[in-house]
Ligand binder design. Structure first.
Ligand code: PRX
Length: 638
């Protein structure tokens, strides 16, 4: 494994590595980078300032990430499983692809991309189910130096078209449909609708997954299987990996912020590879025999970093699951653990809470003895869920790593290292080497003491930090590097205990975290406001037992009493059409006005209190334009 030589094995080694990474980052990271395959060594390890921001790691170095994820393992361990795919329906056979087989398929599809006009630097949108071909498509893009932009299969045509247009994608890879639990999602239909308003796309490659009938547009759409057959007929291709600069873009991944428009977070080839590899090896402490199961979707950063690039760059075996934890029964995860002898299970608190709700019966009779490490990601984990996971899944013998990070950070920034540094329930604990967290108060002053809450910022770049937001560098600066001078602002609130351990408390901006999915309140409001008859809306989060946060919408609607039922259903439909089902409000309260200051700003603090049910603790409302509206909203609370 690449970072293997520098793997941290004890608390004192962690302390030593951390100290070196802070005191001498260039020396620290260059020796780790030397363990990877490069075409040409870098000229400079690090060049940065946060004021532009400009961040360059290993610039001048040339590499291709797929050689690090595939070719080198084909030489040393060709028959080791790289990917094990578990289908949505347990009656369908699983598929194992060895490193040699995955390498072959990635080369084939890289040739298909080239045959269809793709070239280095092109943006390619991937909108697919969780099947092996998704991993193949991602790696094939990286092989030829095309920039992938994977869009989660739950997003609507409207969201898809926005993302395709923002990146000016010229090619898309999709499938006829996707299975997700008992549902069949018509991906190609959704893509066709998106492409009505995405003129940059010239080619569509469609995989057959559900065999649902789909129309093909002549001259634009081709079938994955036909294209592969064409390549096979030409003999087995070896596609020479594009020689990429370490700072060339590897991918764009859209994520929500506090404005209505998702941002295209950009990660580059060298730093991203090293960060995902280093964090995978150190946080999860895999052995050569480990079977790693990350339950995320590749449409999100967790899937990019800890299903695809982290494990494969470390030569590990990565399990890919097409379905959902509760289909066709609530014991599906445990069945997968038993069947594939999973050693590392990495999932989200929301999944743990939903499985907890089914009790212990689904776990009965399942052999979970192969488990060595448990991980969580995506949202703060509550005590009950942490203990349930630790006691009933890990049987008290598996370290639980609570990994805090973000789309923008590429990989884990704060987490205990499994079995190496101590865990503390609900705490992400300590920063990885290279990560310098600091807490600031609301005035931007650094908080030096412990036992405090603050805004979490990071002082200096680590190799995986985002470089820009696609097509709009100013936006990157404004969003992440302007709130606090010369610091990367995470948007998260955080508590630091007496021992300097960090506990993430949740977002301090207008971003919600619903079932581990990040959604901007402004995005949901924009969608609701598109509905005819809606005058204005305000969306806030509230604590939800399973989802972590639920979505509560206050909507001013200009219509009659009789229409109300229909209106509520229609608003839900509009949100699903504009964003996707993940953004559907759990509660919609129709109101005649919103609490606004005299300058017209909505006082969300008040709405949050109402949504949380803290009706006696609303706070000062004297500065409102119309304080009476608060009483009406309180009475109408759902
Ligand atoms: O609020 C934090 C929360 O998820 C946000 C990042 O979301 P996203 O970019 O979609 O990436 C999710 C997967 C890395 C963060 O700003 N978050 C993530 N991990 C944790 C967390 N909150 C608490 N504890 C965590 N372990």
């Amino acid at each position: 494994m690449s970072s293997e030589k520098y793997r941290i094995k004890s608390l004192s080694e962690y302390q030593k590595a951390y100290q070196e990474s802070v005191e001498n980052p260039e020396q620290f990271w260059s020796k780790i980078a030397e363990e990877f395959v490069w075409h040409k060594k870098w000229d400079k390890v690090l060049d940065w300032n946060f004021s532009e921001p400009k961040i360059e790691w290993f610039s001048g170095g040339k590499l291709n990430i797929t050689e690090n994820c595939l070719d080198r393992w084909v030489k040393t361990q060709p028959n080791k499983p790289a990917i094990i795919w578990e289908p949505n329906d347990p009656k369908e056979a699983h598929i194992t692809l060895t490193y040699k087989e995955l390498h072959h398929k990635v080369n084939q599809f890289a040739q298909v991309l080239l045959n269809n006009g793709a070239k280095k630097g092109d943006r390619i949108c991937i909108y697919m189910p969780m099947v092996p071909e998704l991993v193949i498509a991602v790696l094939a893009c990286a092989r030829i130096g095309a920039i992938h932009s994977v869009v989660f299969g739950g997003f609507s045509a409207h969201s898809l078209t926005d993302r395709i247009n923002d990146a000016q994608c010229t090619l898309v890879v999709t499938a006829d449909g996707a299975y997700r639990g008992s549902k069949e999602i018509p991906l190609k239909d959704i893509m066709d609708e998106a492409l009505l308003t995405s003129p940059s796309v010239k080619k569509v490659i469609v995989l057959a997954r559900t065999q649902m009938s789909i129309p093909l547009v002549d001259g634009r759409d081709v079938r994955w299987e036909d294209e592969i057959a064409r390549v096979e007929a030409q003999g087995n291709p070896f596609v020479t990996p594009a020689s990429m600069d370490a700072e060339d873009m590897l991918f764009i991944l859209y994520t929500s912020g506090s404005t209505g428009k998702p941002k295209g977070v950009v990660h580059t080839c060298g730093g991203y590879m090293i960060w995902t590899n280093y964090t995978f090896v150190n946080v999860f402490q895999p052995t050569p025999e480990s079977i790693h199961f990350c339950t995320a979707d590749i449409g999100w950063i967790t899937g990019h970093s800890y299903i695809v690039y982290g494990p494969l760059s470390a030569g590990a075996t990565s399990v890919l699951f097409e379905g959902i934890p509760t289909y066709p029964y609530a014991g599906r995860f445990w069945e997968i653990v038993e069947k594939h002898k999973i050693s590392i299970l990495y999932t989200a608190p929301t999944a743990i809470r939903s499985l907890m709700a089914h009790g212990l019966e689904p776990l009965e009779g399942k052999n979970l003895d192969t488990l060595k490490v448990l991980g969580t990601v995506g949202e703060p984990i509550n005590k009950e869920a942490w203990h349930w996971y630790n006691d009933n899944v890990g049987k008290g013998k598996c370290p639980v790593v609570d990994t805090w990070w973000q789309t923008e950070t590429a990989g884990i920034l704060i987490s205990n290292l499994a079995g190496v540094t101590p865990s503390k329930p609900t705490y992400a604990t300590l920063p990885l080497p290279g990560v310098q967290p600091i807490l600031l108060d609301e005035y931007g002053q650094e908080i030096l003491e412990n036992n405090v809450n603050g805004n979490l910022c990071i002082k200096a770049p680590w190799p995986g930090i985002l470089r820009t937001t696609y097509g709009d560098h100013d936006r990157c600066k404004l969003n992440y590097f302007s709130t606090f001078k010369d610091l990367y602002f995470t948007g998260d609130g955080c508590f630091r205990d007496d021992h300097g351990q960090y506990r993430i408390t949740g977002r301090v901006d207008d971003v919600l975290n619903v079932s581990g999915h990040r959604i901007g309140t402004a995005e949901i409001e924009n969608a609701i406001n598109m509905h005819f008859g809606v005058v204005e809306s305000a969306v806030v989060g509230y604590p939800h037992d399973i989802k972590g946060q639920g979505i509560y919408a206050f909507v001013i609607y200009n219509g009659t009493e009789q229409e109300m039922e229909i209106v509520l259903a229609a608003i839900l439909h509009t949100v699903t059409k504009v964003i996707g089902a993940i953004a559907k409000p759990d509660k919609i309260q129709l109101v005649s006005g919103l609490p606004k200051t005299r300058s017209g700003k909505i006082m969300r603090r008040i709405l949050r209190k109402v949504a949380e049910g803290e009706l006696d603790n609303i706070g000062d409302i004297t500065t409102l334009l119309d304080p009476n509206i608060v009483e009406e909203i309180k009475i109408g609370r759902l």
